[in-house]
Design a protein. Structure first.
Length: 161
């Protein structure tokens, strides 16, 4: 796993300012709005400005319940190999659809790994754009969410899921 130095930029939305953090390889993290104001970069390389523009548009589309037209390059290298496999499955869940943790585990060929899938969802560094909110617990229960259950319900509701 890499530990890159990240450049963080705000993404103002109608739901508050998200923070997008970029490594040299792409978008590495998205954090939900909070009261705490992080230190934001003052100088930003041109490729990151381009990625940020794409990230902003994608995040605003996702928050409106629409599938983003385009994503910036994603740097998911902070995760383990298993987590990265889970996050790649999550990226294939279409807007407005949901899967259970067990269904994601089966998609990975690891039918007994539902709990590990839940852990990978909780460790997802790019929530909303890597849509871990679309994964539900057994019996279609809401389950947990790194951004809090209010955000999970809001995102699913906007997607019609």
């Amino acid at each position: 796993m890499k530990n890159p130095e990240l450049i963080s930029l705000a993404v103002p939305t109608r739901d508050g300012a998200f923070i997008a953090s970029y490594s040299a390889d792409g978008l590495a993290a998205v954090t939900f709005p909070s009261i705490r104001k992080p230190a934001l970069a003052r100088t930003v390389p041109a490729k990151m400005r381009s990625w940020h523009s794409t990230t902003s548009a994608a995040l605003k589309a996702a928050l409106a319940g629409r599938a983003p037209k385009k994503l910036p390059p994603l740097d998911l290298s902070a995760g383990t190999a298993f987590q990265q496999r889970v996050w790649n499955v999550l990226r294939k869940i279409q807007c407005g659809r949901t899967l259970s943790y067990a269904e994601v585990a089966r998609a990975l060929g690891k039918p007994g790994a539902a709990r590990a899938v839940g852990g990978a969802c909780g460790s997802n560094p790019i929530p909303v754009l890597v849509p871990c909110h679309r994964v539900l617990a057994a019996n279609r229960k809401i389950g947990g969410f790194s951004g809090g259950l209010r955000w999970k319900r809001l995102l699913l509701g906007r997607e019609g899921g």
